[in-house]
Design a binder for this molecule. Sequence first.
Ligand code: FMN
Length: 242
Amino acid sequence: MNPDRAITFDPAENSPMDCQFMLSQLVVPRPIAMVSTRSPEGIANIAPMSYYLPVTGDPMLVAITMGLREDGGLKHTYRNAMALGDFVINVTTEEFRDQIEVVAIEGPAESDEFELTGWTPVPATKVSSPAIGEALARLECEVRQVVDLGTPGVPFGEVHLVVAEVVWVTYDEQILNERGRIDPLRLGAIGRLGLRSFLRTVEEGTYFLPRVPWAEFVAARNGGDQEGGADGGGNDGDGGDT
Ligand SMILES: Cc1cc2nc3c(=O)[nH]c(=O)nc-3n(C[C@H](O)[C@H](O)[C@H](O)COP(=O)(O)O)c2cc1C
C-alpha cells in the first residue's frame, strides 16, 4: 500500500452498519451457507449466511453468526434452529446462484422459501430440518452452543454466534475428481464479495500451489547446494491443513 494513498477507518467513529459493511467488504471472499430449517409450526425456511466458518474436526464443528432482521426481530433461521436444535447447511454452488438474494429477502414467517425458489425440500438423514434437493453437498448440523455477542437490540450489533456439530455429510459423486477427492471446480462454490457482489469458482480464477517440505524449500532457495533444517513434513498439496 502506498502510504500517501492510505485511507483510515476508526470503528469508534463509525456506525455499527458502516463497521459491519467494512468487515463485509474486506473479509472476502466468504463461503455461503445456504441454511435450511423448519419452524415448530412446520414452515420451511432458507437463508444464506456468509458470516460462517469451519471450527474444528473433533468434534466436527462449524459456526455462523446470525444477526437481527431489519425490523429488529430475530432471524427466522435463528429462531427455528433454537426451537428444533438443528439446521442443514447446503453448500452454495451454481445451482443456487441466481436466487441467493431471493432467499435473503426478509419475508414473513409464513412464507416458505422452497416455494419461492422452486427448490426441492428433501428429508435430512440425522436432523429434523429439511435439506435442499438441488444441493451438491450438505452438512447436517445440531446446535451445540450459542454465544450472544454485540450490542443487544442494535441492528448490525446484536448477533448470536451459533456453534453446531456436523453430524452427517452428504455429497454428489459428480463433485469428485479421478482420485476420489472433492474437486473445487466440480463443486463450483459461490462466494460472497463486498455487499451485493458474488464470486464463482471458475478455472481461470483458480490456481494450484504445491506444499514442499522445509528441507526441500531451503535447498531450493539456496540453489540446491545446501542441506535444510528439520523436515516440515509436507504433503501432496491438496490437503492436510486448515
Ligand atoms: C450472501 C448473503 C449472506 C448473508 N449472511 C448472513 C449471515 O451470515 N448472518 C445473518 O444473520 N444474515 C446474513 N444474511 C442476511 C440473511 O440471509 C437475511 O436476513 C435472511 O432474510 C434471513 O432470513 P430469515 O429471517 O428467514 O432467517 C446474508 C445475506 C446474503 C445475501
